[in-house]
Design a protein around this ligand. Structure first.
Ligand code: SF4
Length: 279
C-alpha cells in the first residue's frame, strides 16, 4: 500500500469543466514545420528527420497523436532510403530561418521531433551541429531541443549526440516494465532498465511524462508511486507532466484531469525531490 504526503485523489475522476474534444493531427509533410506554439517550448520551429508518409518509431504508444505505428522499428537501417541527408536538412533549415529573418519573426526553439522517434536517424550529431551553427547565425536566442522517447539513450553514440543539445526532453511514463510494455509497446529489444541507466548518465535532462486512464491507467496511486521511485533514481532537472491533448491511437484511453496531474506533480516534488510542471 502506498503512503502519500498528499491525499491521492480519485484517479478515474472527471474534470469539473466539460472536457474539450481532442483534435486530430496529421503527419508532418516536410523536413521543416512551423513555427508552432508549444506548451513547453514556446514558438518552436520543428525539424522532421523521418519519413513523411508514415511514422517511424521504436514505440507504439496507446496515446500517440499520429495513430498506430505500423511497424515498430528499433534499428533504422532498412528505412535509410527514406530519410533526408544532413545537407538536405541543413538547406531546408537555412531557408526556413531566412524566411523568419526576412519577416522579423523570433522563435524560442528549434526542435528535433517529427514523425516518430528522431534518435533513430543515424546522423543525428551532424544535424545537431548544423542546426546550432544556423541558430547562432540567424536566431541566437533560440534553444536547440529534442523530443525523444528515450529508447536509444542506452547507446553511448546517441547519448553523445544528445549531449550537444541545449534542451533534452526525454519520455518516461511508466514505473514498471509491465506498465512500460502496456502503455508504450516498445520494440522487443528495448527494456526499461536500460533506459533508466541511460537517462541517469545523460546530463541535465527533462523527463516528459504522459498520464492517461481507461483501458490502461498509469495515473493511479500505485503506478504513480512506482514511477516516482524511478524518477528519483534518474534525478532529472525537472519533470513535465501532461495528459492527452490530441486524439490518441487507442480510443479506449482518456485524458486525466488537471487536478490529477497537479497531484502527481506534487508527489514528484515531495517524493522525488524534483521540479515538476503540469502542461
Ligand atoms: S514515442 Fe512518440 S511518436 Fe512514437 S509512438 Fe510514442 S507518442 Fe508516438
Amino acid at each position: 500500500m502506498m503512503t502519500t504526503a498528499s491525499k491521492p485523489i480519485n484517479t478515474l475522476d472527471q474534470s469539473l469543466s466539460p472536457p474539450q474534444p481532442l483534435k486530430k493531427i496529421s503527419l508532418r509533410r516536410g523536413i521543416i514545420y512551423g513555427p508552432v506554439p508549444s506548451r513547453r517550448l514556446g514558438q518552436s520551429l520543428g525539424i522532421n528527420l523521418l519519413p513523411t508518409d508514415h511514422k517511424l518509431c521504436s514505440f507504439n504508444c496507446l496515446y500517440c497523436q499520429y495513430g498506430w505505428t505500423k511497424k515498430v522499428t528499433f534499428a533504422p537501417m532498412e528505412q535509410l532510403k527514406n530519410l533526408p541527408s544532413v545537407q538536405a536538412v541543413e538547406a531546408a533549415l537555412e531557408t526556413a530561418l531566412s524566411v523568419l529573418g526576412r519577416d522579423r519573426k523570433k522563435i524560442d526553439s528549434i526542435t528535433i521531433c517529427g514523425n516518430g522517434e528522431p534518435t533513430l536517424y543515424p546522423r543525428l550529431a551532424g544535424v545537431i551541429a548544423a542546426a546550432k551553427h544556423l541558430r547562432d547565425r540567424c536566431q541566437p536566442q533560440a534553444r536547440v531541443a529534442i523530443l525523444s522517447n528515450s529508447s536509444t539513450v542506452g547507446d553511448p553514440t546517441v547519448r553523445a549526440a544528445l549531449e550537444m543539445l541545449e534542451l533534452k526532453l526525454m519520455k518516461f511514463d511508466a514505473g514498471s516494465e509491465e506498465m512500460f510494455r502496456r502503455l508504450n509497446h516498445p520494440a522487443a529489444p528495448v527494456y526499461m532498465g536500460e533506459i533508466i541507466a541511460g537517462l541517469k548518465q545523460l546530463k541535465d535532462c527533462y523527463l516528459q511524462s504522459c498520464f492517461v486512464q481507461g483501458r490502461v491507467t498509469n495515473a493511479d496511486p500505485d503506478s504513480v508511486a512506482m514511477w516516482i521511485e524511478k524518477v528519483r533514481e534518474i534525478h532529472p532537472l525537472a519533470v513535465h507532466i501532461y495528459s492527452l491533448d490530441r486524439e490518441p491511437a487507442d480510443k479506449r484511453i482518456e485524458r486525466v484531469s488537471r487536478t490529477t496531474l497537479e497531484w502527481i506533480a506534487n508527489e514528484a516534488r515531495w517524493r522525488a525531490g524534483t521540479e515538476a510542471n503540469v502542461f
